[in-house]
Design a protein around this ligand. Structure first.
Ligand code: ATP
Length: 150
């Protein structure tokens, strides 16, 4: 079945991560993850730490309407998504495509945060350590989609 397309922009502080047509985008809404398809009613949602999954129309596929396209995964650490009649804009605090994630860096960040949380001395900022742990765990999860295994 032919899937309708819409325009998506994903913008991080230092760079435009994606700009182009997609058939769906999934995002980690603060209430719950959700998907947007073409023609969705305009709305605004805050995003939490999680993954953005988009499907582009895959022009390299001979029959995109039959084959569909591979999902592309991006780790984000929160942001805001706006659906307008003209398309969808996502502003994110940080973002990495699955292939770009430095797994050993995320692993170190995870261990650092876990050690801080285990110590729980007065000078440890628990909320900050929990947020760092959530970002690291998210990156490790999203990195599993690197290498084209969708
Ligand atoms: P770290 O302690 O390793 O810096 P962090 O969660 O504190 O992790 P952030 O403040 O969320 O890092 O991100 C800072 C910048 O570094 C952002 O541009 C983000 O995209 C990038 N970044 C953070 N961790 C990774 C990673 N594991 N792989 C690739 N880029 C990363």
């Amino acid at each position: 079945m032919f899937e309708k397309r819409f325009n998506l922009e994903v913008i991080a502080p230092q760079q435009v991560m994606y700009e182009g047509e997609v058939t769906t985008v999934r995002a980690p809404g603060v209430v719950a993850p959700f998907a947007v398809l073409a023609g969705h009613t305009p709305f605004l949602s805050l995003l939490e730490v999680g993954e953005i999954i988009l499907r582009d129309p895959s022009p390299s596929t001979p029959l995109p309407e039959v084959e569909g396209s591979k999902p592309q995964y991006m780790a984000i650490s929160g942001g805001i998504l706006e659906v307008l009649r003209t398309g969808v804009t996502i502003l994110v605090e940080t973002a990495e495509w699955a292939d770009e994630i430095d797994v050993s860096r995320a692993q170190s960040a995870k261990e650092r945060a876990q050690q801080r949380l285990a110590r729980q001395t007065p000078e440890i900022d628990v909320q900050r350590a929990e947020a760092a742990l959530a970002r690291a765990l998210n990156r490790l999860r999203v990195a599993q989609h690197a290498g084209g295994f969708g």
